[in-house]
Design a protein around this ligand. Sequence first.
Ligand SMILES: Nc1ncnc2c1ncn2[C@@H]1O[C@H](COP(=O)(O)OP(=O)(O)OP(=O)(O)O)[C@@H](O)[C@H]1O
Ligand SMILES: [Mg+2]
Length: 146
Amino acid sequence: MNRVVLRFLSIADNVGLARIAVAALAAQTNFSVNDLEEIKVAVSEAVSNAVVHAYPGRRDGWIEVACAVNQEGLTVAVEDWGVGIEDIERAREPAYSRDPERMGLGFVFMESFMHDVQVESTPGQGTRVRMQRLVTWSGELSRDAQ
Ligand SMILES: Nc1ncnc2c1ncn2[C@@H]1O[C@H](COP(=O)(O)OP(=O)(O)OP(=O)(O)O)[C@@H](O)[C@H]1O
Ligand SMILES: [Mg+2]
């Protein structure tokens, strides 16, 4: 069992930092290279959302990524203290975005690459996205094919 907590400002460059750190931690258990790539995508999407949506136009908001790894897999929680989400169900719908220039696919990637995704949010207070990936779970695509 190992745990890491990273706290950083809402600056776009920090997305890559968080992604690499979580993947390095995840590599301490039995994930394949492909699993690690998928984990990186899910973490990037959650952290980008915190940078872009939680603190629009601000580079001084805190984001915290707390992760734990063990033989069974990885859990990652991405938390911000930004604007929050009014309607979580709608935000999670494919192709929904607050910004017409965006694809609205961040949550879709998180859900297809992680075994479980939970979103808690309070408008005006912030958002916490908790994701879990089991070593034995090989992704939505292969699970559907079984
Ligand atoms: N941390 C957050 N704080 C506030 N709002 C959020 C947060 N994360 C997501 N949202 C809201 O949920 C919507 C959907 O997020 P999602 O990642 O699926 O799409 P997107 O970020 O709009 O587009 P894409 O990820 O494809 O660039 C966002 O448009 C935003 O309104
Ligand atoms: Mg997004």
